[in-house]
Write a protein that binds this ligand. Sequence first.
Ligand code: NDP
Length: 278
Amino acid sequence: ETPHRHAVFGHPISHSLSPAIHRSFAREFGLDLRYDAIDAPAETFAAQLAEFRAQGGGGANVTLPLKSLAFGLCAQVSDYAARTGVVNTLEPLPGGGWRGHNTDGPGLIADLVERQRQDLRERDLLLLGAGGAAQGVAFALLDAGVRSLTIANRHAERADALADRIGEPGRVHVRYWDDLATQGSWDFIINATSAGVEGGSMDLPFAIVAPRALCYDLSYGRGATQFLAWARTAHAVHVFDGLGMLVEQAAEAFAIWHGRRPDTEAIYAELRARLDSV
Ligand code: NDP
């Protein structure tokens, strides 16, 4: 039997944990699976993806900065991906071409609700960032029942564009990043920026953290250090990084390709130990 060939495309990509996660899932089912990390700048991504397919490649993942681009390359998209406009999982169609999915939103909800046992209903959510990751998770968070969603992005026009795309003006608001300190407080704050990963500083006011707050950083490892430390100093009660989401979005992708959703606990524990030891 020929091995299943998968890959994640992104730029940069060398530190991706996706190959380790998918190889672990494959071991669970005894599947012969190859999963590579392919460095693909936006300019050459389409050609690299075609080449991967021509060489027998199957399902693929797509990460920063290619998620909107990938959406545009798909012959079909899932209902959820169509709402978000961004794709992180490509499923090969039998006759050629791709069906695009977004597993970031379902992955975040699986981590928050099932692993971390958080009740998201009745929470007022502040979403920091309006890039590909924010777009991918906003709709799932609204579906999960948050009471309101406020989007703040350094460049405000991107926050406006995301709010327009969602189209629920009574429930979704936009605030200027620089005015946050005077705009109230939230009991659920998600950092969907790449500031930590890029070594940038966010300078967030403590006043935005309401009592009993839940704070979640989509990043993990060193990229999450700054936001998580800020959240603890602000006395947030529940503080999580994005490792659980990473593992869950991968499990959702694996299920799309192989029809079976793997158990995520073993690889989650292994990667958690690895991150905690550095
Ligand atoms: P994008 O490049 O699409 O967006 C980056 C976002 O970060 C933009 O909103 C940008 O604002 C903002 N930003 C960057 N630097 C700063 C700064 N110094 N201060 C304030 N805002 C800043 O990236 P993605 O949305 O794809 O990814 C964002 C993060 O989410 C990454 O760290 C990524 O690792 C993580 N992620 C984690 C996943 C998981 O499974 N755990 C899945 C997907 C992403 P502006 O528009 O103003 O430039």
